[in-house]
Design a protein around this ligand. Structure first.
Ligand code: OOG
Ligand code: MG
Length: 267
């Protein structure tokens, strides 16, 4: 069986994932039926999936890097950074209740997010990337895989599924440190229902959180895209993700601030 005789049906697969998400129905991973599906096919499927969301009125507000920390790579069994797209409809605003209705098997994870003040394109150094950042904030990402049991085992599957993105919450902006290396010493404390579950330093994120931004810009550039001003980038989780249930209280402490996600009790 060659790839030429069995081309990957990108549009059809994007539509299947789109419908799984809308119907909150998990489905088999794509590489089961399409073992030759590669990383570039997967980004094409991701892009077509985002186009479906845009045609339903959603607006791209940024990107998310994934699998940038050793903790996440171990949790998911994959060892390369990936990215996904975030839209306005995925944003949960602080204080807004989060409902499990319409979700499959959501998990939350602690992150740092940056807002781009000046567009970035191509190979940026850490200094150049940091100079383009105009805000830094704590963030909680909610993941939800469209694949059965949140199991996918391969990079193409998770990339096609928009890097398991579901929703995200960005807390109040923190003072922007003059030098990017300061983020490496920021401590992220992650609590679930009042109990400490994970704690990690910023340096867990790509060795230095700014490195996730450098990689995001490079990954976009290799697809002919820039990172525009005004976009947010979630730099990747510092610790493993935690499964959400009814009434879950998720708290991220960062630099003396508290960012909270509360799951509704009754859905
Ligand atoms: C993939 C997404 C990983 C992160 O921050 O590492 C991610 C997944 O866990 O299914 O968003
Ligand atoms: Mg994440």
């Amino acid at each position: 069986m060659t790839q030429a005789s069995h081309p990957i049906p990108h549009q059809e697969l994007a539509t299947l994932l789109h419908e799984s998400r809308l119907g909150a129905r998990e489905r088999p991973r794509l590489t089961e039926a399409h073992p030759l599906l590669g990383v570039e096919d997967a980004y094409r499927i991701q892009e077509l999936g985002i186009a479906l969301r845009e045609s339903a009125g959603e607006r791209i507000v940024g990107y998310k890097m994934g699998l940038t920390s050793e903790a996440k790579r171990k949790q998911m069994g994959l060892h390369e950074s990936i990215f996904g797209v975030i839209t306005d409809r995925m944003q949960i605003h602080p204080g807004e209740a989060y409902s499990l209705l319409g979700q499959i098997h959501p998990k939350a994870e602690p992150e740092i997010a940056v807002r781009i003040g000046k567009s970035l394109r191509g190979a940026a150094s850490r200094d150049e990337a940091w100079a383009a950042v105009d805000a830094v904030a704590p963030a909680i990402e909610v993941l939800d895989s469209r694949f059965l049991g949140f199991k996918y085992f391969s990079l193409p599957d998770v990339i096609a599924d928009n890097a398991s993105s579901s929703q995200f919450l960005i807390g109040s902006a923190l003072p922007r440190p003059p030098h990017w290396s300061e983020l490496e010493d920021w401590k992220l404390t992650f609590k679930h229902n009042g109990q400490l579950i994970h704690e990690a330093l910023g340096s867990e994120i790509s060795g230095s959180p700014v490195q996730s931004l450098v990689e995001q810009v490079a990954l976009l550039a290799s697809r002919g895209k820039s990172l525009p001003a005004g976009h947010w980038v979630l730099l990747g989780a510092a610790t493993p993700a935690v499964t959400l249930g009814p009434g879950s209280q998720i708290l991220l402490e960062l630099q003396g601030t508290h960012t909270q996600l509360t799951v509704s009790k009754t859905d």
